[in-house]
Design a protein around this ligand. Sequence first.
Ligand code: SF4
Length: 211
Amino acid sequence: MRALARAIDGMELPAVEKISEEQAQEPFQVLIATILSARTQDATTHAASTRLFKRARTPRGMARLPVKEIERLIYPVSFYRNKARHVKACCTMLIARFGGRVPSTMDELMVLPGVGRKTANLVMIVGFKSGGNICVDTHVHRISNRLGWVQTRQPEETEQALYRATGRRWWPLINLYLVTWGQNVCRPISPRCERCVIASDCPRIGVASSA
Ligand code: SF4
């Protein structure tokens, strides 16, 4: 993890971290950007979130927007119609159940429309600076298995296995480090093992060919 920390220095941040830096770690914006980010390229997520936040920056303001307008603002994120409905429903629930604020527990976050474990963990880490969560997305799942830290089939299993396999100090950093690494070096297809700073510690489990 220390080698990765040095290696990712200067690389482009993942979209949610970038938005978080720009928005002063405001949990609401982290929440909405994370909902938009599912199965969507980072640059697209960032541009869509920026357009949406220019139009509305609070749950109350966003809940007032018609779904069609949210669709237009967030297009072309993937599943933009579903995500627009989730964004509106999520804001409506934040107002009705949580006084217009983003709740700060996993159980409360996961009752929000469009919010699963991945989103809830990332909001806890990036929005609330929690040190007790690991956010597992496709990059974290893939690279943890390639490195042999875990042997799992599903991201949900990977999250629980990583709590057992890694030191607590690293939990909130695992997503940032491995997503950045996954986007730049340990790519899904043809990972760049030749230029990888942790290659000597990596058994490359399941890697058929590298660049
Ligand atoms: S050596 Fe290859 S498979 Fe292992 S972490 Fe580096 S890029 Fe990924």
